[in-house]
Design a protein around this ligand. Structure first.
Ligand SMILES: NC(=O)c1ccc[n+]([C@@H]2O[C@H](COP(=O)([O-])OP(=O)(O)OC[C@H]3O[C@@H](n4cnc5c(N)ncnc54)[C@H](OP(=O)(O)O)[C@@H]3O)[C@@H](O)[C@H]2O)c1
Length: 273
């Protein structure tokens, strides 16, 4: 197998951590993103052959989101290009309870290459590296999240599993469903962050219609507005309100708790105002 690993989304929440771990292992890798030395752009297939040249394994963190219709077609095209380029192993970052994510998983499973699926719950890092950072800094998080709990998972755990699947034997053909060790409502997650950061942060429960109206006012790209409406309006209906054991199965250890994540993120100063 070619030694180089292509890390798609290699500057993002999970990809950056995959790159850190490959670096620590002395493994050969190439970042795949628009800003990389050899640029990779999901929307420009002419960039794919150079990014895939000489690569043996690919970590696929699709952008903007695997739940958005169309991801399965693009990942199918990528898997074919990868196979043609001599790639032997794919590790797909996926999401739980999402129709398009399931279709995309099937594409990777049918690719003819070695595959591992890393199917994840909501990331902790949405609160300090993603779209919930601004509301946290503003001291008010308003979401149509209701009382449905989510087992938030840490991007460090995701990266540990992904790197194990990329670099070790014994993970091919596995669907690892990754969650944190505890179910929390969004209100409870925000309360953990308030406690860890020593700040007052309010959680305001919104009606779904009010949230959709606020999104329309916010002038977001249409696919992002659709995605957020879909995630809160459909996926967060209780279908994912249970723990899974993917971290334990892949790594033989427990996942990181949200309180430990909040403590570490607070210590970094990211939530200081
Ligand atoms: N966030 C969650 O809670 C969650 C939960 C489950 C699954 N997921 C899945 O995780 C995946 C990543 O989501 P994320 O929120 O963590 O994003 P992310 O990986 O942090 O996204 C940013 C990365 O994507 C790259 N990128 C942006 N536009 C690109 C383009 N057109 N072509 C190639 N690369 C591009 C960026 O680099 P450049 O700017 O250099 O291009 C950067 O490396 C998604 O498929 C999502 O469905 C997310």
């Amino acid at each position: 197998m070619n030694a180089t690993t292509l890390v798609l989304g290699g500057t993002g929440k999970t990809g950056r951590r995959v790159v850190e771990r490959l670096t620590a292992r002395g493994a050969d890798f190439r970042v795949g993103s628009r800003s990389a030395e050899i640029p990779f752009d999901w929307t420009d297939r002419t960039t794919w052959p150079a990014a895939l040249a000489g690569v043996g394994r690919v970590y696929i963190a699709y952008y903007p989101d695997i739940a958005i219709p169309g991801s399965a077609d693009l990942v199918r095209a990528l898997a074919e290009a990868a196979r043609d380029a001599g790639v032997q192993r794919l590790v797909l970052l996926s999401g739980r309870g999402e129709e398009e994510a399931e279709a995309t998983e099937k594409v990777v499973q049918a690719s003819g290459l070695e595959w591992t699926i890393v199917r994840c719950s909501w990331f902790n890092q949405n609160f300090d590296e993603g779209y919930l950072l601004d509301p946290i800094l503003a001291g008010e998080v308003a979401l149509p999240a209701g009382d449905v709990p989510e087992p938030f998972v840490d991007a460090d755990d995701i990266a540990d599993v992904a790197v194990a699947a990329l670099t070790e034997d014994g993970h091919a053909g596995e669907v690892y469903e990754l969650t944190g060790p505890r179910l929390l409502t969004f209100a409870e997650a925000v309360a953990e962050i308030a406690k860890a950061s020593g700040r007052e942060i309010a959680f305001i429960p919104l009606a779904h219609e009010d949230y959709i109206a606020a999104l329309a006012d916010a002038d977001l790209p249409p696919e992002v507005a659709w995605l957020v409406g879909y995630l809160f309006g459909e996926v967060l209906d209780g279908r994912n309100a249970h723990l899974s054991d993917g971290v334990q199965r892949a790594l033989g250890r427990e996942p990181k708790d949200f309180a430990d994540y909040a403590r570490d993120a607070a210590a970094s100063g990211v939530w200081n105002v």
